[in-house]
Design a protein around this ligand. Structure first.
Ligand code: FAD
Length: 406
């Protein structure tokens, strides 16, 4: 680099999984990266309790692992150190909970249960370890002037207004993205937001005490467990501490019919009797009434970029329902695809003082090439809810699958 060439700067808004991974990729390319995150630093013990995560664990698939590996920093291996491979889905059929295993692939393909918070923390740490990345917490983007490259942020604690500047602004700030709102003022952005009538509530199945007194899984940990009940369903993913995180998905109308402990136990006895034994009545009651009932939103936007000034990735561009387990995985793929376009269009990490539209072309190619894939995966995600809660119980389907005992 000559003295006249200075590194390009990028402001990444949002240090969720996608923003943190994008920071690593661009730092690897030599950009000066500044990540702005509205939440406090969740790695600090005093902040843990302040943060309400959407789900405790999530499924990391090959799509996501490929993007993690693409950093060249073995981030896939780092995350998988505590990941639990799930080689298939285990159906809990009928109220007696007959177990039917359906493998995900004939060659032992797996999806992996990972701790969401740990994954996010590990990615932020990996980004911060690179000397051209800075992560600032407690800063909320209020608005961005994309032509000037200025960001107006508010310190959540002091309410102080902070101004920042960057050559490129990347919105990785989730489904309710502020960068997307700014982007709408600059391009004819088609935008759609839709809530499905179903919501979710997280519960858990604790570890049981094994014969040797040590904790043991109460169900087969190599499966994603599903209780398909046609109009709704419950799922469970294993955790390293041998517990399972359980998610009950059902229409809000059904949640609203459960007013008290009696209603809850009647409902569970009618539909998930085998799960009551695994959860324990007291824990079920405590968690059901304590835990929030989350909503599920779908966001579609197009285009994703503005000139060479701004792009949105991850949930900011395409929030999808979680039934295909691909929301974050797809966001990771966004990062990998964008990075590959930087190579294809030979986007330089320095400004050389002469006109160079390679970045604008790369961002434009991203919108052109990515839109169809994103549309498809969002549709598959919605379709897979019907598959998981109903389709998997088709008699023809069940006959071909192995019945398991545990
Ligand atoms: P987010 O995770 O939403 O991160 C956005 C970040 O931006 C946050 O840290 C936020 O604090 C910050 N931010 C927001 N606004 C601002 C602002 N104005 N200024 C500064 N910072 C801001 N996906 C999977 O791949 N597999 C699964 O198994 C899976 N399971 C799921 C289960 C449930 C119940 C739900 C709801 C989702 C699931 N998902 C799953 C989807 C996954 O959670 C999302 O796709 C993923 O979190 C998107 O990552 P992101 O970084 O784009 O956005």
């Amino acid at each position: 680099m000559t003295t006249a060439e200075k590194p390009r700067s990028v402001a990444i808004v949002g240090a969720g999984p996608v923003g943190a991974l994008m920071a690593v990729y661009l730092a690897n390319r030599g950009w000066n990266v500044h990540v702005y995150e509205t939440r406090p630093d969740m790695r600090l013990p005093e902040n843990k309790a302040k943060i309400q995560n959407r789900s405790i664990n999530l499924a990391l698939s090959t799509r996501g692992l490929t993007a993690l590996k693409g950093t060249g920093l073995a981030l896939d291996e780092l995350i998988m150190k505590s990941g639990l491979p799930m080689r298939g889905r285990m159906l809990h059929i009928g109220n007696e909970g007959h177990l039917v295993s359906q493998d995900y692939g004939v060659h032992g393909e797996c999806i992996n249960s990972v701790d969401r918070a740990k994954l996010n923390e590990d990615l932020i740490t990996a980004a911060e370890e690179l000397n051209n990345v800075k992560v600032s917490f407690n800063l909320t983007l209020k608005r961005a002037d994309l032509d000037k490259g200025t960001l107006t942020l508010e310190n959540k604690e002091t309410k102080e207004i902070v101004k920042a500047h960057a050559d490129l602004i990347i919105g990785c700030d989730g489904a309710y993205s502020s960068v997307r709102i700014s982007l709408m003022r600059y391009v004819r952005l088609d935008f759609e937001q839709e809530y499905i009538p179903h919501g979710y509530c997280e519960l858990s199945i604790p570890a049981k005490v094994g014969a040797d007194g040590k904790p043991e899984f109460a169900m087969d940990p190599e499966h994603l467990h599903i209780w398909p009940r046609h109009k709704f369903m419950m799922i469970a993913l294993p955790n390293p501490d041998k517990s399972f995180t359980v998610t009950l998905f059902m229409p809000f109308a059904n949640f609203e019919m459960i007013h008290n402990e009696g209603d809850l136990l009647n409902f569970f006895e009618q539909y998930f009797a085998d799960a009551i034994k695994l959860m324990g009545k007291d824990l079920l009651i405590k968690e059901y009434f304590k835990n929030p009932k989350g909503s599920l939103v779908m966001v579609r936007a197009n285009p994703y970029h503005y000139k060479d000034r701004c792009i949105i990735l991850g949930d900011a561009a395409h929030s999808m329902v979680p039934f295909y387990g691909q929301g974050m995985n797809c966001g990771f793929e966004d990062v990998r695809v964008l990075d590959s376009l930087f190579s294809e269009f030979n986007v330089k990490s320095t400004q050389e003082g002469k006109a160079d539209n390679s970045l604008a072309l790369a961002l434009e190619a991203y919108t052109d090439r990515r839109a169809k894939d994103i549309k498809a995966i969002c549709e598959l995600a919605l379709y897979n809810y019907t598959e998981m809660r109903h389709g998997v119980t088709s008699p023809v389907y069940l006959m071909r699958k192995k019945v398991e005992t545990w």
